[in-house]
Design a protein around this ligand. Sequence first.
Ligand SMILES: *[C@@H]1O[C@H](CO)[C@@H](O)[C@H](O)[C@H]1NC(C)=O
Ligand SMILES: *[C@@H]1O[C@H](CO)[C@@H](O)[C@H](O)[C@H]1NC(C)=O
Length: 406
Amino acid sequence: MASDDGSSVAATQSGPSQKTSWFDKTRRILLVIGIIYAVILLLLCTPFFQRQTLYLNNIRIPLFPKFDLPEKYGLAPNKTLNMMIPTQDGESLGAWFVLSDRYYHKLSASPTRESLAAEHIQVAVRNHPTILFLHGNAATRAFSARVQHYLTFSSRFGANILAIDYRGFGDSTGTPSEQGLIRDARAAWDWLARKGTIAQDVLIVGHSLGTGAGAALTKELGRDGITPKGLVLLSPFSSIREVLETYQLFGLLPLTKPLAMIPWASNLISWVLVHKFDTLKIVPDIDLPVLIAHAENDWDIPDSHSDVLFNAFLDRVLPKVEVPGNALTATKEEYKAMSSSIKKRQAAKEKLVHQVDIPGFGHTESFWDEKRQRNVTLVKTLWGAHDYCGAQEGVQDAIGRLFGFF
Ligand SMILES: *[C@@H]1O[C@H](CO)[C@@H](O)[C@H](O)[C@H]1NC(C)=O
Ligand SMILES: *[C@@H]1O[C@H](CO)[C@@H](O)[C@H](O)[C@H]1NC(C)=O
């Protein structure tokens, strides 16, 4: 016993000094991390850094792009017209118009670039569906993941594609902003209209950041009494705010989680956020058929964003829950009414929503919105990550069936 005591005293004597230096080091490292974190957050409060990190339009992929040579990125010779589209407020947007393969293959001779502009586009938009493609942040319309969408849309769907680079992206002029992107989407729409495209033949397809612009465009068109064929949201977000709250750096580090501990931080985020893209708020203004697709292995935007959006569409057709006006003075009857209305809502949901599990691929949920005579479908895939969700044939087939491309 005595010797045991002695040795333990010796051990604790050498202990403290080691412990303090280890403790000091850790504290210093944490302090540095904390300062870096605070600086990043402060920078993100400035409109300039917000713009840089949200749009990432200065990330030019591919490097040294040859927009006037779409063939370089895999498109058939003279199937694509490279051009500039003017916006209402004087910007100029780089854009590609890709012909439907069903049209392109029927031509007896390969078109020239001149004949594409002068005649083929006008004929193709009148005889085939057209997809207005609104890409996500970073890179340009020549980015390989995007080109892959044009290739499959024009072949499997037989659709024409108009893909634009928003202001500040690619060879477009200007600086990106929320209003600016919506204007750009509208400029692309107006260009199609000038070529003689019928609204009902145009499907608006947004990817990632482009879903924000696409949803806002749909709302604006609805206000003008224009009804496109539908809206597809690929890897969407419910709002930028939600992205900030759910974003995980490298899919691991929750970036703004620590802020959740500060009660006023959440209000602060809303207040400093210049570019909101609040798609969730726009849902009640969208009456078109809608397809939402999201990969479960999306590391940039979690697929819960798509659940939120789908539920918002669903919310409009389900019976409301009767919540007592004042929880403290509510009578037993009021509580009974509430619980029965919750049950009714749940039953209505189960009856309405049709779920199909597709082994090896994912699952779909859909419902028919009787009042608006439209189908709303959510496709959840196991694969595809953030950029290639819509490049999967299973997702394309769901789009094709819903919008009558086959
Ligand atoms: C594509 O168009 C260009 C210019 O209009 C023309 O010179 C070229 O021959 C065309 N390419 C093919 C394969 O016809
Ligand atoms: C919605 O459309 C999809 C694709 O056409 C179809 O499979 C599904 O059954 C439809 N759902 C409802 C509830 O109408």
